[in-house]
Write a protein that binds this ligand. Structure first.
Ligand code: SF4
Length: 313
């Protein structure tokens, strides 16, 4: 099989992104993640397989339609309660459903997250933005999910992107075997990587895994790939990691490495909260709010001082 024909499970391709690497970028989101961050805004990206989602507000009703109730398999995934017309979901069964179920819904109430694509298919879409890359210094960014959990596909995609003159970046949480990261990093110009929490016990509490492998991978990456640019990032969650101690610990970790060129704070937001319900999942941070502007400015000033530049706005 040629490298261009390698297949990956792609969640979404987003155009004209400006937050995930230099210039204007096309973000390719891959499915599957090894962390379960409680603040995750892409819950549809976590599972390793395509996933059904259901928005009951769009269902036109069992009497008017009812196609999902007659779908052959899995039986009972969609059902109605006596006296009601809107369809309900048995999520244990629905998660086993294939894309056919989404295709038969005429109202778009049932959708499928995740589609198998070749390197060539992805790049055909990415290359539509070529003019913007050339004018802005942008390129392709692989994100997720965790793009390094599909190392063969990610490496083949980024290698071919470079062959076609497209600059490459990845966005990773780093919780993968080192061999996966190494394989992909050979083809990466910029790696954006998360330092979510310093304390390993709290890291496990909030993300589902401790940070020992992540930190070992990052250190090895800085040292093994001196020509790659690394940008550290922290999704800033009030009451979880918005403290000076964490920010200073990250700076102590990254500043000895000249190829870590920036450290960015990403303020918590709730944009993905509604998606949890569509997937039959529960969003645990209902009571959380974005960090205060004063906190952001104070922490960004600490970072700016460390890098010897003016604070980011
Ligand atoms: S197929 Fe779609 S619109 Fe029709 S009953 Fe099922 S969920 Fe509702």
């Amino acid at each position: 099989m040629s490298a261009e024909a390698v297949r990956g499970l792609v969640l979404n391709i987003q155009h004209f992104c400006t937050d995930d690497g230099p210039g204007i970028r096309t973000n390719v989101f891959l499915k599957f993640c090894s962390l379960h961050c409680k603040w995750c805004s892409n819950p549809e990206s976590i599972g390793p397989k395509p996933e059904i989602a259901y928005d009951s507000r769009k269902c036109i009703g069992a009497k008017a339609c009812g196609r999902c109730l007659k779908a052959p398999a899995p039986e009972g995934a969609f059902y109605v309660v006596e006296g009601e017309d809107t369809v309900r979901v048995n999520w244990d069964l629905a998660h086993e459903a294939g894309g056919e179920l989404a295709a038969l819904c005429p109202a778009g109430a049932i959708s499928l997250f995740g589609r198998s694509m070749t390197v060539d298919e992805v790049l055909q879409e990415v290359e539509q933005d070529g003019t913007f890359y050339r004018e802005s210094g942008g390129g392709i960014t692989l994100s997720g999910g965790e793009c390094l959990l599909q190392p063969d596909f990610s490496a083949a995609l980024l290698r071919e992107a470079r062959n076609r003159g497209i600059s490459t970046a990845i966005e990773t949480a780093g919780n993968v075997p080192w061999e996966f990261m190494e394989k992909v990093l050979h083809h990466v110009d910029v790696m954006l990587h998360d330092h979510k929490l310093t304390d390993p016990v709290r890291h496990k509490l909030w993300t589902g895994a401790d940070n020992s492998r992540i930190l070992a991978n990052f250190k090895k990456a800085y040292e093994t790939f001196p020509d790659t640019k690394f940008i550290a990032r922290t999704p800033l969650i009030p009451g979880v990691n918005d403290d000076e101690e964490h920010i200073r610990a990250v700076l102590a970790f990254i500043r000895p490495h000249a190829n870590v060129v920036d450290y960015q704070l990403l303020p918590y937001h709730r944009f993905g909260a509604s998606k949890y319900g569509f997937l039959g999942k529960v969003y645990e941070l209902q009571d959380f709010s974005p960090p205060a502007q004063e906190t952001l400015e104070r922490l960004r000033a600490i970072i700016a001082e460390s890098f010897g530049r003016a604070p980011a706005l």
